[in-house]
Write a protein that binds this ligand. Sequence first.
Ligand code: GDP
Length: 470
Amino acid sequence: ELANRMAERGADLVKKLFEQGEMVTVNQTIDQDTAELLVEDFGHKVKRVSDADVELGLSRSEDDEASLQPRPPVVTIMGHVDHGKTSLLDALRGTDVTRGEAGGITQHIGAYQVTPKNSGPITFLDTPGHQAFSEMRARGANVTDIVVLVVAADDGLMPQTIEAINHTKAAGVPMIVAINKMDKEGADPTQVRTRLLEHEVIVEEMSGDVQDVEVSALKKQNLDKLIEAINLQAELLELKANPDRDAEATVVEAKLDKGRGPVATVLVNKGTLRRGDIFVVGAQQGKVRALVDEHGKQVKEAGPAKPVEVLGLSGVPMAGDTLTVVENERRAAEVAEYRAEQLKKKRLATAPTSVDAMFGALADKTEEYPVVVKGDVQGSVEAIVSALHEISTDDIKVRVLHSGVGAITESDVTLAAASGAPIYGFNVRPNANARQAAEKQGSELRYYDVIYDLIDETKAAMAGQLGPER
Ligand code: GDP
């Protein structure tokens, strides 16, 4: 099974285990630690689901190819403050042709779906910004298919633009650049494109493969072009899901509503969620009492990529939690209770993440050593980054997720946590929020004042990650 999932030969795995002194046959069960080492030996990445899910048998096999059907893309909008993220989300909301003036007023539920002219449905997460994006990712939830990076043409690349680029890259999510505020005097889209080159974002206009669209969210100009770009990117991604199974969904927002009790907005990843379904979500359970869409209308069911509010939960889950439909209430109670117990035990809240199959995220990749670097002056940050790149080998590469001047911030921590990367502070320390976040998310903070020490320790850590064979 493990060999299959890695697309390797079973015999090769057995051989490797023999070499390490483990006498096993191809059908034998091996423990998790051994499996993990083996997976890494073969150059793949391990994705652990929570032990609770494994023990309770919640991990499900992947859907077979024939059951998959196209699904709408899920888009997140990022960019610097005041560059027009909210305006663009509002403008895009207005492109929906399926709903006339008579339709319900759109409410904020964390995500909405629109069907623009000449387009299929598109789902937008309407909590813009990279903080929420990386927080979800840190919890194992990758719901975003495409990032739209908004850059104001009159303001150009700003610190949060660069952060957004780095977060997007770290997540491996394709990007579309929306150059906004084109109606303004002083709009300079060429400068935006040129500056993007410095961050290895090469737009089509510059002969690269990142789509760029000039828009005005205010004047609602070129929204159709942006939608076209999203659809083109979505087509390349061949987004598919099996709608005919019990639903699995991701919580994008949750709250305690005065009148309605605990409410969670979820995005269905696979399957179809229906009224009456019994489910577990994080350490909570429930039975779907009602599904409400972004217009406040009750719907009977929600298929893949369809955002809905779920009513009928026992408590408020967390954004990033996975909702899994189970066969009956007894089972739901059992799983929820087990998870609650586990959570209590692990006071360091490394909460359960995804119920994807354990090795669902296996991917062929050269080994990487991700880091985030913050320093007191530009010169040392540059020197550190270039020295780090130099110690990359054929077996393992340093990947600087983000580097910059200044204190270690909460945003640095979420970015690092999402990739399990340490954060290096060169003559800088974290601020209070960042310190708390690092503690909560279990991120490693390392402080240096000598570049040589930083490099030396990194080399040792990289060798440790590779293990003794290489
Ligand atoms: P956010 O902080 O990125 O969400 O930015 P907002 O959407 O709140 O926009 C910030 C300001 O820029 C607001 O005053 C908007 O009216 C303005 N703005 C947004 N898009 C445009 C645009 O295309 N043209 C012009 N002239 N102003 C815009």
